[in-house]
Write a protein that binds this ligand. Structure first.
Ligand code: SF4
Ligand code: SF4
Length: 313
């Protein structure tokens, strides 16, 4: 049971990317991290992606693993896709150079790989990059995914539109009775507002039927420093101090130093979710044409994953 994994406080979640709909990449990531000891995988709410992940778990012969899918509200950065205005673009290549997803080639965006991280937007000298929100309609994507038997639905709730947040939250609660996760950061709200929103969302729900994913700096690029992970620890502390009957997960800027820093700061977490950094350390293996046949390289990839997963222990 996923709850047992959370209660053991050794739950490492690989975040493949809420906007990552590159089937082959997700398949490879799940395979490597499953062999590396990860038991919990966070995916885009896309039936094909869920099928790819399940296939990899089967290939890796890992049976006791769990799957979560992520959905959000309009404007949630995880649902954003980069768009280039070619009347401004000078084809300088800066965006391609910083994109860790390999989502830009020759100034063209591959939408299925773009996770909306905004790294390209920050470096563009001509302000040629903007974003379109491609948030999913819950009634279009969730029924088929729920049918497949996912173990958790994660809802990203950064934003001010409480009407949208609560109407989607009610839809999720009315149609799914498994574990839910609320992904929330301090980005657009104060500490008190953050706790109030969580309290309002869990009101009436069973104790420990919700994970609070305390998001530091979402999709912040995967640096392996204390500084990158500090905000996730700070957000987790606010949730912990509120003494709510929820599971606590750190995310957003997380890396190999997160657990160490969280322990130093007295955070009694149940889980850690790692995205950008986890993908970055295996990228050179994942991108290989001979990924499925080069067993030596695959072993190196699994060892890299294993060493990161082990930091939760
Ligand atoms: S840098 Fe981020 S936002 Fe830009 S294309 Fe790559 S993944 Fe998308
Ligand atoms: S960084 Fe901006 S100007 Fe340069 S290639 Fe990308 S979109 Fe074009």
């Amino acid at each position: 049971m996923l709850k047992d994994l959370l209660e053991a406080k050794k739950c490492f979640k690989l975040v493949c990317g809420a906007g990552n709909e590159d089937v082959e990449e997700v398949k490879r990531l799940v395979y490597v991290y499953a062999l590396g000891g990860c038991k919990f995988f966070d995916l885009s709410a896309n039936e094909e992606i869920v099928s790819a992940a399940l296939e990899s778990l089967h290939l890796a012969r890992v049976e006791d693993a769990y799957i979560s899918v992520s959905v959000g509200i309009k404007g949630d950065p995880h649902s954003n896709k980069a768009v280039i205005d070619y009347t401004k673009c000078i084809n300088c290549g800066s965006c391609e150079a910083v994109c860790q997803q390999g989502a830009i080639q020759y100034a063209k965006v591959k939408k299925n790989r773009c996770i909306g991280c905004a790294r390209c937007w920050k470096v563009c000298p001509r302000s040629a990059i903007s974003y379109v929100s491609e948030e999913k309609k819950l009634d279009e994507v969730l029924p088929a995914i729920i049918e497949k038997g996912v173990d958790c639905i994660e809802f990203h709730v950064d934003g001010k539109d409480e009407n949208e947040i609560f109407s989607k939250w009610h839809y999720i609660n009315d149609n799914y009775n498994g574990l839910l996760s609320i992904c929330i950061s301090r980005g657009k709200m104060g500490d008190e507002e953050l706790v109030n929103r969580i309290q309002k969302m869990i009101n009436g729900k069973d104790d420990y039927s919700v994970i609070i994913q305390a998001d530091g700096f979402p999709m912040s690029g995967g640096d392996d420093t204390y500084k990158s992970t500090l905000q996730a620890v700070a957000t987790a502390e606010i949730v912990q101090n509120a003494k709510l009957p929820v599971y606590l997960m750190l995310s957003g800027g997380t890396n190999s130093k997160t657990c160490e820093l969280a322990k130093m700061c007295g955070i009694d977490y149940h889980a850690v979710a790692v995205g950008s950094y986890a993908r970055k350390i295996v990228k050179k293996y994942i991108d290989r044409d001979d990924f499925w046949t080069n067993h030596l390289e695959l072993e190196d990839a699994v060892n890299a994953a294993k060493s990161l997963v082990a930091t939760i222990g």
